[in-house]
Design a binder for this molecule. Structure first.
Ligand code: ATP
Length: 462
């Protein structure tokens, strides 16, 4: 088994630097010094994240008969989060250091470094003087309405700490309006907010992040089996987006460490350069959630099975993935530095992001060999227009073509096409209207007819 504490800070530094340099991820509010725990995705990061969310939605909702989607409000009623237990108990233990005034999560203070004085709290050294642990609620609280009174409980709302609660609260409406039958799932992708005590490891632990969650409602008898099935489905998903099974670890969370209502929880963890850490939780939550909302609202949430005439509260299996964490895993997995040796024996390092084509932010680079050749430029632009409705492409006519290839390698574009003299028929009739197709990973080149490009690419990038 891999050493779970294995880390590679140097690799992580290179990744963070590339992400900023090429426009994947920026710190939020960087111009003003930065907003801790919040991140903005630049042009390429936004494409990557969208590809991930779209693929998740397609395979989880659209290609399944038993899952429907929803898109709930971020602002959440206090009553919902009181019933779910978040107002009373969604907290982390926090300690303060009297020496440096730093604030830490009590359960991992040993691995934290003091932000003020590195000599103080490194690993909870004797120099730091920690207070007793106190519970710190992780939810962002706000007031709704222009005349909101500080003391009016009805004016209090929260930014949701997970997407799950709106699914539970709307479960009955979805059931009554969609003609779904057990077992079925409701899926949602969206922002969640947690006032994390120590945001860290780049985007891994943020205060604003996106989740991709499924609440799968089932008969109580099927809960355990479906939890195992969902684990497999989710592992397959990671493989399909380019995160190999060998880099994933499954933690079967032991008794005593699971939420009290959960009968089974698997954490799917990935080998990040900062250690093996959670990407997704697959939890069997029993009938806890529907139970608390039935009680809290006073409205019946039972399911009536027409066939067996049974009436019961469905149980729930929840695969809950972090979108930003998965984007980070995709980036970490893709990053590669390859040493190339040219004909004269000169060495050169090629930085290449080996995204699987379906996740790559740009699917194909389009290059006229010579910027000054009007015919090459015209054909290149024509190809660009033809491909654009189907995929994100990038047109580039500046600099030597080798340099253009390298720039695309660095952002993970899997294919490059070059419109050259052969395209114009100068290499003979049989090569006319063909282009050079270059593969990012092998750097091999072949010729392909312009007319064959679209179907060839569609087969590979979806
Ligand atoms: P952790 O133990 O890392 O705090 P968690 O077990 O509290 O995570 P869940 O409540 O199960 O997380 O949330 C489901 C998923 O949402 C996590 O697996 C993770 O991918 C994502 N997630 C949770 N908190 C954050 C965060 N602060 N930043 C980014 N993603 C998060």
């Amino acid at each position: 088994m891999a050493d779970k504490t294995n880390t590679d800070p140097q690799r992580m530094e290179k990744i963070v630097s590339l992400c900023k340099r090429r426009g994947f991820i920026f710190q939020a509010g960087e111009l003003y010094g930065g907003l801790n725990g919040c991140w903005d995705y630049g042009p390429l990061g936004a494409e990557l994240k969208r590809n991930l969310k779209d693929y998740w939605w397609r395979t989880t909702v659209q290609e399944r008969d038993d899952v429907v989607g929803m898109d709930g409000a971020i602002l959440t009623m206090q009553q919902v989060l009181v019933a779910s237990g978040h107002v009373g108990g969604f907290s982390d233990p926090m300690v303060d250091c009297k020496t440096c005034k730093g604030r830490f999560r009590a359960d991992n203070v040993a691995s934290m470094q003091c932000p003020e004085k590195p000599s103080c709290c490194v690993g909870g050294s004797p120099k730091c003087e920690l207070t007793e642990a106190r519970e710190f609620n992780l939810m962002f609280k706000t007031k709704m309405g222009a005349s909101a009174d500080e003391n009016d409980p009805n004016a209090t709302a929260y930014l949701r700490p997970e997407t799950a609660q709106s699914i539970f609260v709307q479960y009955k409406n979805v059931l009554d309006s969609s003609r779904v039958k057990l077992p079925f799932g409701i899926a949602q992708v969206g922002k969640s907010f947690r006032n994390e005590i120590n945001p860290r490891n780049y985007t891994f632990r943020s205060r604003e992040f996106e989740q991709m969650e499924i609440e799968y409602f089932c008969h109580p008898e099927d809960g355990m089996r479906l939890t195992d099935e969902w684990l497999e489905t989710r592992l397959k998903f990671y493989e399909e987006i380019g995160i190999p099974r060998t880099k994933l670890h499954i933690l079967d969370v032991p008794d005593g460490e699971r939420a009290f209502y959960s009968q089974k929880t698997y954490d799917i963890e990935y080998e990040f350069p900062f250690g093996v850490q959670e990407l997704e939780g697959v939890a069997y939550r029993t009938d806890y959630d529907l139970g608390v909302h039935q009680k809290g609202s006073g409205r019946p949430l039972e399911y009536f099975d027409e066939e067996t005439k049974e009436k019961f509260l469905p149980h729930v299996v929840e695969p809950s993935a972090g979108c930003d964490r998965t984007v980070l895993a995709l980036i970490c997995e893709a990053f590669d530095e390859e040493t190339l040796t040219d004909d004269k024996g000169k060495e050169d390092v090629r930085t290449v992001m080996r995204f699987t084509p379906r996740m790559a932010p740009i699917k194909v680079g389009i290059f006229p060999l010579l910027k000054k050749n009007e015919e090459q430029v015209r054909i290149a632009k024509e190809i660009q227009k033809k491909l654009q409705p189907w995929m994100n492409v990038f047109y580039d006519d500046s600099g030597a073509v080798g340099r253009r290839y390298r720039r695309q390698d660095e952002v993970g574009t899997p294919y490059g096409i070059t419109i050259d003299f052969e395209t114009l028929g100068e290499g003979g009739e049989e090569l006319k209207n063909t282009v050079t197709l270059r593969h990012r990973d092998s750097m091999e080149q072949e010729r392909i007819a312009i007319d064959a490009l679209l179907p060839w690419l569609l087969e590979r990038v979806r």
